[in-house]
Ligand binder design. Structure first.
Ligand code: NAP
Length: 532
């Protein structure tokens, strides 16, 4: 695809914090802001994939706003030792960009980061990306029927806003009292301090999720003492992760169908897992099988007891590792299950009164998912933020459209994350839906589409009913749940059912708003009416 010329960058403006009234002011831009048909926020898997699909559809009037200085999203930010995908790369990649060169079943972070950079060049979307451009606020401008965006590099406007910020992009800090008293080094798994040498140090890892189980075995051999603070013991099963030798890579390169077959097999086997996830009693039957790995790898009965999960398999993400348990069984490792009471200048104190002296604390405490800060930056038709709209819980039609937010599409929005398969499959379904949304606007000559509140309510009620009796509702605490105890994160169904529903914009679920005379006119097609 031949790159096209793109308009110049807007004038750099100071990255000051904006308030709602700032955003609502009509003098937000010192000079006319660049306008695009579509603005995409974020250049990770979601934003890049959307950009590629837009370009492939013939749309050239779009921009991707990325706060960092490179594309890649989570695979750019998470550079911790041992970082590897826990979904097989043959399905954790775009269907339109198979990569025959994966070095193994579950690729390392660096390979995935390279893959995304390669896709950026290969599909010609680099010229559309504004790096170092952080969204500060976006509001729907009723008069102009478009989104007004304020960024760290000036103002933009767009007819349609697509959010690809990444659900796992805002690190969560633990609520440990006195944390800032600690005089040692502290960093989050998603912001690894490569300039800090852990050799010989007393290192704490807080958390036992997907990040921690990769970090622990990677750092245990070099640290002096490793203390793992575990609130909940996760299920960890064997990772079957063969290397892809030159023969297999050649086969995939010369016979892409072979890789497609492998992708299909991986996809189908993961979809079968849904049958268990939807009925938590069924998952109980696999408990003993899942614990076999722990029994085999940990001989010490005291340690084994500590590491035995007490919830239903699948309620939290099922983790894969062959070296997590062996690392914890080493003499320089300790698993502490007592709650952390507070931090001191030199370590942390646990509920049993023990003071644990530490040099470094690695926070593997996850991400703000249901309370992602980006929700405070988006202001809808009534001037309220998405966070305010969603104070009772996130709700979007097909996870994509929120009522009161015209022409806004959320990629990997509420209830579209997966516990069993590749999010890329869901994202690709969403790309198709967004493209059809743009077609629907064009075919009706409409300025905006907005999902009906009743459609959102009915959809979300259906989802919540479907979640009853599933493994995710079996009583564990997980990042899938919001502050109100509702699961607003997981898609509780087969992914092919999601794809079926997102093949075409469900036109009946939307109100279409005709272009007003003040806006650049395009004749409205019959059937277009003003939104109420
Ligand atoms: P996470 O799964 O949310 O785990 C956070 C951990 O921190 C949990 O064990 C939690 O305990 C613990 N925690 C939080 N606050 C604490 C406190 N005050 N004291 C003690 N423990 C505390 O986060 P994550 O491991 O970063 O993974 C998040 C998601 O990212 C994954 O589920 C996965 O989707 C994705 N991810 C994928 C990969 C991969 O593909 N390789 C790698 C990393 C992450 P509780 O369990 O008790 O709440």
């Amino acid at each position: 695809m031949k790159p096209i010329a793109v308009p110049g960058l807007p004038e750099r403006s100071p990255g000051t914090q904006v308030t709602r009234s700032d955003v609502a002011r009509s003098d937000v831009a010192p000079r006319p802001a660049p306008h695009h048909r579509v603005a995409i926020i974020g250049a990770g898997f979601a934003g890049l994939g959307m950009a590629i699909r837009l370009l492939q559809s013939g749309e050239q009037d779009f921009v991707v706003l990325e706060k960092a200085d490179e594309v890649g999203g989570t695979w750019r930010d998470n550079t911790y030792p041992g970082c590897q995908c826990d979904v097989a790369s043959n399905i954790y990649s775009f269907s339109f960009a198979p990569n025959p060169h994966w070095s193994r079943t579950y690729a390392w972070q660096g390979e995935i980061f390279d893959y995304l950079k390669d896709c950026t060049e290969r599909f010609g979307v680099r010229p559309f990306i504004r790096l170092g451009t952080e969204l500060q606020a976006a509001h729907w401008d009723n008069a102009e029927q478009r989104w007004q965006l304020r960024t760290s590099r000036g103002a933009f406007s767009a007819d349609v806003l697509v959010l690809g910020h990444g659900g796992l992009s805002a690190p969560a800090q633990p609520d440990i009292p006195g944390f800032d008293r600690f005089k040692g080094t502290v960093f989050h798994s998603a912001a690894w301090r490569h300039d800090h040498d852990l050799s010989g140090e007393r290192v704490a890892v807080i958390g036992t999720g997907a990040s921690a189980i990769q970090i622990v075995p990677a750092i245990q051999p070099k640290v002096g003492k490793l203390t793992l603070f575990q609130r909940t013991a996760p299920f960890v099963i064997e990772r079957i992760d063969p290397q892809h030798g030159p023969l297999r890579r050649k086969l995939y390169a010369y016979l892409p169908f072979a890789q497609k077959l492998s992708r299909l097999r991986e996809y189908a086997s993961r979809e079968l897992v849904v049958l268990g996830l939807l009925k938590h009693e069924r998952m109980e039957r696999f408990r003993s099988f899942a614990l076999k790995h722990l029994r085999t790898q940990v001989q010490d009965p005291v340690l084994r007891k500590k590491l035995t999960p007490k919830f239903t398999l699948g309620c939290k993400r099922i983790l894969l590792s062959n070296d997590y348990y062996p690392a914890l069984a080493q003499p320089n490792a300790e698993v502490v299950t007592e709650r952390i009471l507070e931090a001191t200048e030199t370590g942390v104190v646990t509920a049993d009164g023990t003071h644990h002296p530490l040099d470094t604390i690695v926070l593997c405490t996850g991400f703000k998912v249901t309370d992602h800060p980006v929700m405070n930056l988006l202001y809808g038709r009534d001037g309220r933020s998405l966070a305010e709209h969603w104070s009772g819980g996130a709700a979007a039609y097909l996870g994509l459209n929120a009522a009161g937010f015209p022409n806004l599409f959320l990629l990997s929005g509420p209830n579209t994350a997966l516990g069993h398969s590749s999010i890329i499959y869901m994202l690709e379904s969403q790309f198709t839906y967004v493209l059809d949304g743009l077609s629907a606007l064009r075919e009706r000559g409409a300025a905006a589409l907005e999902v009906r509140a009743e459609a959102v309510e009915e959809f979300c009620d259906g989802l919540q009913k479907k979640l009853v009796g599933t493994v995710w509702s079996s009583g564990c605490a997980s990042w899938y749940m919001d502050a109100n105890g509702r699961n607003t994160t997981i898609w509780p169904d087969f992914t092919f059912n999601y794809r079926k529903r997102t093949r075409r914009l469900d036109r009946g679920a939307y109100l279409f708003e005709e272009r007003r005379a003040s806006a650049q006119a395009e004749p409205a097609a019959p059937g277009v009416r003003a939104a109420s």
